[in-house]
Design a protein around this ligand. Structure first.
Ligand code: ARG
Length: 593
């Protein structure tokens, strides 16, 4: 079978339901039959078409290789395709050599019925499950979690969900910034203001204010400065009393992060915390080993790896510095220890670093240095899932009017209030209204992060993300709730709507054809770390459903029994696809809206 390489580890014959993959396979067989086995893995270039369901563009590129006219090549492929009795459609040659392919209604209906009967809704389970380590969220203690961390949290959590759904083993790693020299002054400040006051402030998410107060004293008060420096030494040595204070500080900080996680409905828990502190004891050994093996060398007093291919402005090789000239370790040292741990101890097959795009150079040098050290073998995929910045309406980093970064819980509160306004005209009691507003507000914020490619920047705009039309969370939530209400009104459970499916109206056919692509969209999301692939697919599905629902009455008086059964089955399949897809994105669906 000519299943693309990246898809070979999926067991379920789901490529049998995705039309684009079915056609890829069929055209490749025809190519082999017509021109010889060496053409069996040429890409047939199947694309959606304006004039048919799909078009194959391969004849044009092959004509050069075959030294024959493109239309002639196209005709030969078409003949081979349709000579096969089981070809599920018709093929026409058009223009300079396009193959226009129209699938049979009965084939589309049959495929849709198969997905409807499949408990996995056409999403393949991995046949050889992988261990996927996902590094995401990773806020810094004593600094407020900002919208950037919100985005890595939301995108990372969607990737967790999709890999778990495919049956991969997922290890979440919340690489908290919980260690380093600032902790000397943070602990001394804790002693100054008292444990209770410090805990209260940190639990309330005022880590920034706390940090700034400590910083002012550090810069202006020599006695405090001296204490803070001494504290760093006892911290490095993991002296018990210092560690007790560090734990007090971190526990209060993590309680605040957990509030945000809970509020967002993300799957991170305390178990997933593997912060920078965890690697402290490994750092000297990491440096010694790399130095002994000649992989790191001392340059200007600092210990550095020089991975090839990185040069500075004057053409000088760029260092990946793992020990500063003062003997201190840094971010790079920790990440070297981390990657080794993930490969050797966690047994990762794939590691996803869901981190800001601004860290691209660091990540790239890290991966290269780890490969050189043999700590990242070729068979382990390490990827930086670059997260683009979230901007304010002024095009700069998202901040409040006073220039401070925005507190996440306040932002989510505001989303709730604005979402309540969106559904103000609905007749619900206060409790129901609050619940829906919460799901809609949070869904809107999360979907805004997920519906654009993860590395693009976008402008944070409540009005746009809360709109009930367009590619938004609320639109998809509304579409889903509306299908549920069809079943409520019809007095049928979605599980009972089993068809048979018969396609009559073009809008019905278009919806069914769209639904066949769900498995492929999910797999693309996992393969490419691209939640927006599923988001786009769901948006197109909901749009196709809207057109269907406008044109094809389901419950109306006068709709015959068979048509009603078929349309209810399409509603049920659409509902399952939307529910499953939104769940993979971590976007909640209110029962009514
Ligand atoms: N704490 C870092 C930050 O806020 C992100 C850490 C990402 N993970 C890593 N292994 N470097 O930018």
């Amino acid at each position: 079978r000519n299943v693309p390489e990246s898809r070979r580890h999926y067991r379920y014959p789901w490529h049998m339901t995705d039309p684009q993959l079915v056609l890829t396979e069929r055209v490749q067989q025809a190519l082999a039959a017509a021109f010889g086995a060496e053409y069996s893995d040429a890409d047939p270039l199947i694309r959606p078409s304006q004039f048919a369901d799909y078009q194959a563009n391969v004849a044009m590129s092959l004509s050069k290789r075959l030294r024959r006219a493109p239309r002639e090549v196209a005709q030969e492929i078409a003949d081979r395709l349709t000579a096969e009795s089981a070809f599920p459609g018709t093929v026409e040659v058009s223009g300079p050599g396009f193959l226009n392919i129209t699938l049979d209604d009965s084939w589309i209906a049959g495929q849709a019925a198969e997905i409807l009967a499949d408990p996995r809704t056409g999403v393949a389970a991995a046949s050889a499950p992988q261990t996927v380590v996902i590094d995401y969220s990773a806020p810094n203690a004593a600094k407020e979690m900002h919208v950037g961390h919100l985005r890595t949290t939301i995108v990372g959590d969607a990737l967790v969900r999709v890999h778990e759904h495919l049956g991969n083993k997922v290890v979440r790693q919340n690489h908290l910034g919980d260690w380093g020299t600032p902790f000397g002054m943070l602990i001394e400040h804790l002693l100054d203001i008292g444990e209770e006051a410090a805990i209260a402030q940190l639990e309330a998410g005022e880590g920034n204010e706390y940090y700034q107060a400590a910083r002012v004293k550090f810069d202006s008060d020599p006695e405090f400065n001296k204490r803070a420096r001494a504290r760093v030494v006892t911290l490095q040595a993991e002296e018990p009393e210092t560690m007790r204070l560090w734990h007090l500080f971190m526990d209060a900080t993590v309680r605040y992060f957990n509030k945000v996680y809970h509020r967002l409905g993300v799957t991170l828990t305390d178990e997933d915390i593997a912060g920078e502190s965890m690697y402290n004891a490994m750092l000297s050994q990491v440096c010694d080993e790399l130095q002994d093996r000649g992989i790191a060398v001392v340059s200007d007093g600092a210990l550095c790896v020089f991975p090839p291919g990185y040069t500075g402005r004057e053409g000088q090789p760029l260092p990946f510095m793992i020990r500063k000239s003062d003997g201190g370790y840094g971010y790079a040292t920790t990440d070297m220890a981390t990657i080794r741990y993930r490969v050797q101890d966690l047994k990762a097959d794939r590691i996803l670093y869901v981190i800001g795009a601004t860290q691209a150079l660091h990540m790239s040098m890290l991966f290269d240095s780890a490969r050189i050290a043999g700590w990242l073998p070729d068979h382990v995929r390490a990827e930086h899932v670059q997260i683009g910045s979230v901007l304010g309406s002024d095009g700069k980093m998202f901040k409040t009017r006073s220039g401070k970064s925005i507190k996440l819980l306040d932002l989510l509160d505001e989303a709730d209030v604005r979402a309540a306004a969106v559904i103000a005209d609905r007749e619900y009691d206060d409790a129901a209204r609050a619940e829906i507003a919460h799901a809609v507000g949070m869904g809107a914020v999360k979907y805004a992060d997920l519906s654009v490619s993860h590395d693009s920047e976008y402008v944070f705009d409540f009005d746009r993300m809360l709109a009930l039309t367009g590619n938004t969370g609320p639109y998809l939530q509304y579409a889903t709730a509306r299908i549920r209400s069809i079943f409520r009104r019809g007095g049928v459970a979605p599980a009972e709507a089993t068809g048979p499916i018969v396609l009559g109206h073009p809008a019905e056919r278009a919806l069914a054809l769209r639904l066949l692509g769900f498995g492929a969209a999910v797999e693309e999301m996992a393969e490419g770390s691209a939640p927006h692939k599923v988001a786009t697919f769901l948006f197109e599905t909901a749009s196709a459903f809207t057109a269907f629902y406008e044109n094809c009455p389901v419950l109306k008086e006068g709709v015959d029994e068979a048509t009603r059964a078929s349309r209810l089955a399409l509603c049920a399949l659409t509902l399952r696809v939307l529910e499953t897809g939104l769940d993979l994105l971590g976007v909640p669906v209110p029962e009514r809206m």
